[in-house]
Design a protein around this ligand. Structure first.
Ligand code: NAD
Length: 509
């Protein structure tokens, strides 16, 4: 008989059992079985984590930045020896393939590497002799306690994006990961402790809306980062902002790929397969809409896409030959299947229907074969709403301007890409499209860790993006110091001239 693991919290440098009496279920999406139960924190448990962070923060902030960076570097070393194991754990709870799980971890670690440059990143600005005898400089100081709320679909990457720059800046952190795949975030916290992070600087509270709402209501939390679906992102942003907290909240997406008549069609098709169906479409940067320009492009694209999509292998997430694995849970499977019904009712042409897929030996797993809709229109729900599954919609347009309008006018504005051989078209598209992250002949334009990641419109609430320079801005407040040390010293003292009065307001001319 298989035993069910119990997952609790990580507070004040220790693993803590849940005390609320409430639990969530963690599935093995490959089999459909419950493999663990996770404690859902109540208000008191969440407040204990905030208190621990608040107590630890001043001491941590007093460490010089280089010393703090060494903890991040040590963490990078420690995680290296158990990456394969961690990828397996991630894959077993999420259902993404081992290769995708490795990518999830890798993308997270790249932000830890970026944050390890904190001695350089925190340097303020300085102007000597801004006025007579006056210097001005700025300091970037930590905010205090920062909270991060993360989604199920990147259980390593998103927590690391949220927490690494934050603690590097001298904040203490409370992470509320997704209750659907909480094991990797817990292990990350343990590894940080092992790397020398003082207890309390990084706490992990598992839970659902009670934990989130406690973080939002608590005045000791200075800032909140959220990544998840748009309705919750909006709720978190509005509540946090109304409470005077700094907030950055990233939501859902509907990412388009425009395929111009001059595009390398084979490259575009291969890109669509990976970006549309990879990780079962459970990526915020997944391409869910293909926009071929012109009838000939549309016909050729759909023909090639159909042929290639049919050959995709859906399998157990540990099967190295599988292109993608199961969806995260029964609710996700039901929701995505529901959207396929909606698309059919709306009159879109379902040219590839993955609903019949059953994996021998894993009949209860949450698998769905690749689905392809042709002749989708901008009015349909399957176009307007995020499906978050292995479902690709083709919206055919007659010309470039119509293609440009689709992503620009969509309520989401996370990512977009264009496939073309024309530099002129690519440049115009990049310039005018109303979307936060743009790819040119690149399917998933996730920026490197030292550039900013962030969607526009209802894909992102708040002014600052994730990682890159924005993450330092988000996690610090600027203090500007104007100082004069010329009185009784400097040139006047050396020449025996009069000292400036300390009561005169300095002019900067
Ligand atoms: P979700 O919104 O259901 O959950 C995200 C987090 O919010 C979880 O920690 C969850 O426990 C919490 N939560 C859920 N409902 C809540 C409520 N009513 N009140 C308070 N907290 C609540 O999202 P998900 O299903 O875990 O993740 C998938 C979504 O995340 C997709 O929409 C995807 O596009 C989005 N996403 C966006 C980005 C981005 O950068 N824009 C990145 C990854 C995922």
């Amino acid at each position: 008989m298989s035993t069910i693991r119990e997952l609790g919290h990580f507070v004040d440098g220790k693993s803590v059992e849940g005390a609320s009496g409430h639990f969530g279920q963690v599935y093995d999406p490959n089999t459909g079985a419950v493999q663990a139960r996770v404690a859902l924190a109540d208000q008191a448990e969440t407040e204990a984590a905030i208190a621990s962070a608040q107590a630890a923060q001043p001491g941590w902030a007093a460490w010089n930045p280089q010393r703090r960076a060494r903890v991040l570097l040590k963490f990078l070393q420690l995680i290296e020896s158990e990456r394969d194991e961690l990828a397996k754990l991630l894959s077993s709870e999420h259902g993404k393939t081992l290769a995708d799980a490795q990518g999830d971890i890798q993308r997270g670690l790249e932000v830890v590497e970026f944050a390890a440059g904190i001695p350089h990143l925190l340097k303020g600005e300085f102007t000597g002799s801004a006025g007579t005898g006056i210097d001005t400089h700025s300091l970037r100081q930590p905010l205090g306690v920062v909270a991060g709320i993360s989604p199920f679909n990147f259980p390593a990457m998103v927590p690391l994006w949220q927490l690494a720059p934050s603690i590097a800046c001298g904040n203490a952190f409370v992470l509320k990961p997704s209750e659907r795949d909480p094991s990797v975030p817990l292990r990350i916290a343990e590894l940080f402790l092992e790397a020398g992070l003082p207890p309390g600087v990084l706490n992990v509270v598992n839970g659902a809306h009670t934990a989130v709402n406690t973080l939002l209501a608590d005045p000791r939390v200075a800032a909140v980062g959220f990544v998840g679906s748009t309705p919750v992102a909006e709720h978190v942003y509005q509540t946090a902002s109304a409470g005077g907290k700094r907030a950055q909240c990233f939501g859902g997406a509907k990412n388009h790929m425009v395929i111009m008549p001059d595009a390398d069609l084979d490259a575009a098709v291969e890109a669509l397969l990976g970006a549309g169906y990879g990780s079962a479409g459970e990526r915020c940067m997944a391409i869910s809409v293909a926009v071929p320009v012109g009838k000939a492009t549309g016909d050729a694209l759909v023909a090639k896409l159909l042929e290639r999509a049919k050959s995709l292998k859906v399998g157990h997430s540990f099967d190295e030959s599988a292109d993608y694995g199961p969806l995260i849970g029964p609710d996700a499977l039901e929701r995505v299947r529901g959207y396929i019904d909606v698309g059919v009712q709306e009159g879109a042409q379902l040219v590839l229907d993955g609903r019949g897929l059953s994996l021998a030996g894993h009949e209860n797993g949450f698998f769905l074969g690749p689905c392809l809709f042709d002749h989708v229109t901008a009015q349909m729900r399957i176009y307007r709403e995020e499906i978050f599954g292995p479902v690709l919609s083709v919206v055919r347009v007659d010309d470039y301007e119509s293609a440009l309008r689709l992503p620009s006018e969509h309520e989401f504005g996370n990512g977009v890409s264009i496939f073309t051989r024309s530099g002129d078209v690519a440049r115009d598209f990049t310039d005018r499209v109303q979307v936060g992250m743009v790819g040119v002949n690149v399917a998933i334009p996730v920026p490197v860790s030292y550039h900013v990641f962030g969607g526009w419109k209802r894909s992102g609430f708040g002014d600052l993006g994730q990682h890159g320079p924005d993450s330092i801005r988000f996690n610090t407040k600027t203090k500007t110091v104007t100082s004069r040390w010329s009185e009784g010293g400097g040139a006047a003292a050396r020449t025996g001239g009069p000292a400036a009065s300390s009561f005169v307001i300095p002019t900067m001319q």
